[in-house]
Design a protein around this ligand. Structure first.
Ligand code: AKG
Ligand code: FE2
Length: 223
């Protein structure tokens, strides 16, 4: 072995070959995983765009579709919730509304997601395998001037099985001002939120007392 201050360089082939093999396997693994993740995100982002097109069309503001799509980035989050090994439900993820435009969730066979109804009841989300959950986030609620609802949701865990989920979140790009179009503001629907920058809103949300909660959007830019 040749040893420098920081790096150890194996000089014998018997040391070098297994290390090289492990490194190559690791690189290969990372390449395959990133290809799978990128292909998954691409396909789910098409679903996100389809949902947004349907919403804009139903509100008669489809002329904003291109602007909507061009001003969006995507964030993919992969989550694991450990089973608490108890039959009592334990909080896996605290109640919050998503700050995104749209969130698309996909899970393994272990349920746990709960959504709060308007009367405050928590409803378990039980979906069939290979289904997606589409949820509206606060940015879309604000953009549609309150025509859409961003539900409060949480994850509750029981039993010993781990829950895996992925979330693809469409979010406004840095510097894009989320602003309800004039067609959605009138006497019957007065403006609910002042235009806001998404990044500033998330910074506010991360430090706010009501972190993550329903009222964060109202506290930040409610009219
Ligand atoms: O894991 C889930 O199903 C929910 C995740 C979630 O609500 C979030 O990441 O915002
Ligand atoms: Fe969420």
């Amino acid at each position: 072995m040749l040893t420098s201050g920081i790096v150890t360089i194996p000089t014998r082939a018997s040391d070098f070959v297994p290390k090289l093999f492990n490194n190559l396997m690791y690189v290969l693994f990372v390449c395959v995983i990133s290809k799978i993740i990128s292909s998954f995100s691409q396909q789910v982002s098409e679903l996100d765009q389809m949902v947004r097109r349907m919403v804009l069309e139903s509100l008669g503001v489809e002329k904003y579709y291109d602007e909507h799509i061009e001003s969006t980035n995507y964030l993919l989050r992969v989550m694991k919730y450990k089973g608490p090994d108890t039959s009592d439900a334990k909080l896996g993820l605290q109640p919050h509304t998503d700050k995104s435009i749209v969130s698309i969730l996909c899970q393994n066979q272990v349920n746990g997601l709960e959504v709060q109804s308007k009367d405050g009841t928590w409803i378990e989300v039980k979906i069939s395998p290979n289904s997606f959950i589409v949820m509206i986030g606060d940015s879309f609620l604000a953009w549609t001037n309150g025509r859409l609802h961003s539900p409060l949701h949480r994850v509750m865990m029981t039993g010993d099985k781990a829950r895996y989920s992925t979330g693809l979140f469409s979010i406004p790009k840095d510097g894009y001002m989320v602003k309800a179009p004039e067609e959605l503001v009138d006497e019957e629907h007065p403006l609910l939120f002042k235009p806001f920058d998404f990044v500033e809103f998330t910074k506010f949300n991360n430090t706010a007392e009501d972190h993550g909660c329903k009222s964060a959007l109202k506290s930040y830019c409610g009219v």
